[in-house]
Design a binder for this molecule. Structure first.
Ligand SMILES: Cc1cc2nc3c(=O)[nH]c(=O)nc-3n(C[C@H](O)[C@H](O)[C@H](O)COP(=O)(O)O)c2cc1C
Length: 201
């Protein structure tokens, strides 16, 4: 499945993973989960770039008839254009992907006429946080449908984090829950197409 990241490695290139997601909330659990996954991807040999809540909030609302692009919009599109894999991370807002994250995804319409259309053939990791399992599940399903529409391949594992009443990350973004940490590491492995070395090796 990971032919894009495998192809990058086969040609001696470092696989490039782009993370898009988070919220503008200080200490966003969604962004913390995305950052942790990108750190794992780097440990597995990938180069990464994050477009977090602040960067996403600076993007204008997507208008299909508007062809001009700001620097921030161009940076996001260009990063995805050269990516070997992508990770989307969204909170469940009213049962679906947040407007902030979806606005950035809508911008990927700029990749429609590329040689590689949209996310064609790319592994795409999906992370969802919500204040309950129902919101986690409906939002993950919606996010995977979006990835399918963009011709990407959602990784087998989609990470859902129920944030109701628990603190999953500390102020430095370190994961406080071993099981959540392991899930994010597995997601990174599936996105990069590399298994972590066994502990002690
Ligand atoms: C506008 C809004 C809508 C929300 N809708 C839902 C929802 O439908 N289901 C749910 O479980 N949680 C919902 N939540 C809770 C968030 O999904 C949850 O707190 C999430 O983890 C916040 O992510 P953050 O820590 O990255 O800001 C909503 C929160 C907001 C602000």
């Amino acid at each position: 499945m990971n032919h894009t990241t495998n192809a990058a490695r086969a040609s001696g290139r470092t696989p490039f993973v782009v993370g898009i997601g988070g919220t503008t909330r200080p200490g966003s659990s969604t962004e913390s989960a995305l950052r942790a996954t990108l750190r794992h991807a780097e440990e597995l040999g990938a180069e990464t770039r994050l477009f977090g809540g602040e960067a996403l909030a600076a993007l204008a609302g997507y208008s299909p008839e508007q062809g001009e692009r700001t620097e921030g919009q161009r940076a996001l599109v260009e990063a995805v254009r050269r990516a070997d894999a992508v990770i989307f991370a969204s909170p469940g807002y009213h049962g679906g992907v947040s407007g902030l994250v979806k606005n950035a995804i809508d911008l990927l319409e700029d990749l429609r006429a590329d040689e590689r259309v949209y996310l064609d053939g790319m592994p795409v990791g999906c992370i969802v946080t919500a204040a309950g399992w129902q919101g986690c599940n409906t939002t993950l399903a919606a996010m995977r449908s979006i990835v399918h529409a963009l011709r990407g391949w959602p990784t087998p594992l989609g990470v859902t984090l129920n944030t109701a009443g628990v603190r999953l990350f500390d102020g430095d973004g370190q994961c406080l829950d071993a099981q959540v940490g392991a899930s994010l590491r597995t997601l990174a492995e599936q996105v990069v197409g590399v298994r972590s070395p066994m502990p002690g090796n």
